[in-house]
Design a protein. Structure first.
Length: 277
């Protein structure tokens, strides 16, 4: 069944016209990575302590939840290359991928929910549920009631980075999605030794390339200033290039391109350990 679900997701990414630039017909995303986490994984309860009590568990979103299906949609090389050349505003290709590509990601969520329901299972996409919301928490800062990044980590798709993004086997330049279902599926093992292993800064104290890529100083050796980042990504950038690009959500992605983890887990200077990453 796991293979069948991967095939459903892969086929939709490959064939959907929504995964296409309007002017060229080229895709926003390459073949996805897909992982599975048990809904009863203790991490989802831990997240209510780590992120905040507002973060919902799979069972709080779907009664009888058994599995969280997650995916990462890697941004294509052409789009990544276009953004590498920028140092102030994101490229047009990157912004269209952020805006239109996320619309496609939501279409993928709905498609998988419909497919599972058609097969007789209950399913919901947490980020499309009416209860999902973003908030400014006094302790956690900018957060949401369901984190796609943390679901993907629970499903073994990657580990976290200095800029708070998830570094997968295909790198850090991607969009993430998830669906919760009552279908029992085999969990994908988490093989990384710790939750920041794929980031060179945390693994061996090297790199930090993303710090220099941020045009507003929202990244430092101390981590990610979410407030400064949000003001730039959701305020300054759309104001500067949104109308020209014809999108409402522009993204930024400068810290996810022209960095060693852009499209891979960087090997670094030290042995990787168990060879899984």
């Amino acid at each position: 069944m796991e293979t069948m679900i991967r095939d459903v997701i892969n086929r939709f990414v490959r064939e959907s016209p929504d995964n296409r630039f309007p002017d060229s017909g080229e895709p926003y995303f390459d073949e996805p990575l897909v992982g599975f986490a048990a809904a009863g994984n203790p991490l989802f309860v831990d997240y209510q302590r780590i992120i905040g009590g507002f973060h919902r568990t799979p069972q709080e979103i779907l009664a009888g939840a058994q599995t969280v299906i997650t995916w990462a949609l890697p941004v294509t090389r052409a789009t990544r290359e276009s953004n590498r050349r920028e140092d102030r505003w994101p490229s047009r290709e990157w912004s269209l991928t952020r805006n239109n590509g996320e619309n496609f990601n939501s279409a993928l969520r709905r498609h998988l929910v419909a497919w599972l329901e058609g097969d007789g299972h209950k399913a919901v996409a947490p980020q499309l549920e009416p209860g999902w919301r973003q908030l400014d928490d006094p302790a956690a800062g900018i957060a949401s009631t369901w984190s796609e990044r943390h679901a993907a980590y629970a499903a073994g798709l990657g580990t976290f980075s200095l800029n708070d993004a998830l570094i997968t086997a295909r790198g850090i330049a991607h969009r993430l999605g998830s669906v919760i279902t009552d279908l029992v599926l085999s969990p994908t093992p988490r093989t990384a030794p710790d939750f920041r292993h794929n980031c060179l800064w945390f693994r061996e104290g090297t790199c930090g390339a993303c710090i220099g890529r941020c045009p507003v100083g929202a990244l430092s050796r101390q981590g990610h200033d979410k407030t400064r980042c949000r003001a730039y990504v959701y305020g300054a950038v759309p104001g500067a290039v949104g109308k020209r690009y014809g999108v409402a959500q522009t993204g930024c992605g400068l810290c996810q391109t022209r960095v060693p983890c852009e499209a891979m887990v960087p090997p670094g200077r030290k042995p990787m350990g168990n060879g899984a990453w």
